[in-house]
Design a protein around this ligand. Structure first.
Ligand code: SF4
Length: 184
């Protein structure tokens, strides 16, 4: 006598499973596209900027990772590179820049000053930018070597690839009249 197990089809195709498969494929495709086309906003305040220039130029060639184009409006960027020391007075400005970036967005703390305040353990220096904005990758070093920066960038790329990316229905995006976006 045949049991239930014998009569269950090998491939059980259900609507949710099919939709889930489609969403996973879309997510993978979006992850691949996003990790290879990062639009960076360099928020450069101090000496780490020299290494930022180095990693951006021909010798280290950040263009190999699809992240070579800096944007000078946060609205056009999805990667915030915080390069250098951030003092407490700058914290609200940094937070505002982050909020102006469109989703999805990522943040790299470039060097120990951005990551933890570095050796500026005093009342004026913020002891790490993660006190005001979320950070995806911390790059150590004072300053970090360009190789370290590229290593951090590749770490972020892996993180982006593994994230779940969703398609957004344009009809659900709030308009300015509905309170979406920022008013000046
Ligand atoms: S980590 Fe070192 S090199 Fe970078 S901003 Fe701070 S003091 Fe300057």
């Amino acid at each position: 006598m045949a049991s239930d197990l014998d009569t269950t089809p090998v491939i059980a195709t259900r609507r949710e499973e099919a939709t889930g498969f489609f969403q996973r494929m879309v997510s993978k495709g979006l992850g691949w596209a996003r990790k290879n086309s990062l639009w960076q906003y360099p928020y450069v305040t101090a000496c780490c900027g020299m290494e930022y220039m180095s990693v951006s130029s021909a010798r280290y060639d950040i263009a190999r990772f699809g992240a070579e184009v800096p944007r000078f409006s946060p609205r056009q960027a999805d990667l915030l590179l915080v390069v250098g020391t951030i003092n407490c007075k700058q914290a609200p400005i940094l937070k505002r820049v982050y909020e102006q970036m469109s989703e999805p967005k990522w943040v790299i703390a470039f060097g120990v000053c951005a990551s933890s305040g570095g050796f500026y353990d005093n009342y004026a220096t913020m002891q790490g930018i993660d006190r005001v904005i979320p950070v995806d990758v911390y790059i150590p070093g004072c300053p970090p070597r360009p190789e370290q920066v590229l290593d951090g960038l590749m770490l972020l790329q892996r993180k982006i690839q593994d994230q779940q990316h969703k398609l957004i229905d344009r009809a659900q995006v709030p308009t300015l009249a509905q309170g979406g976006g920022e008013r000046r």
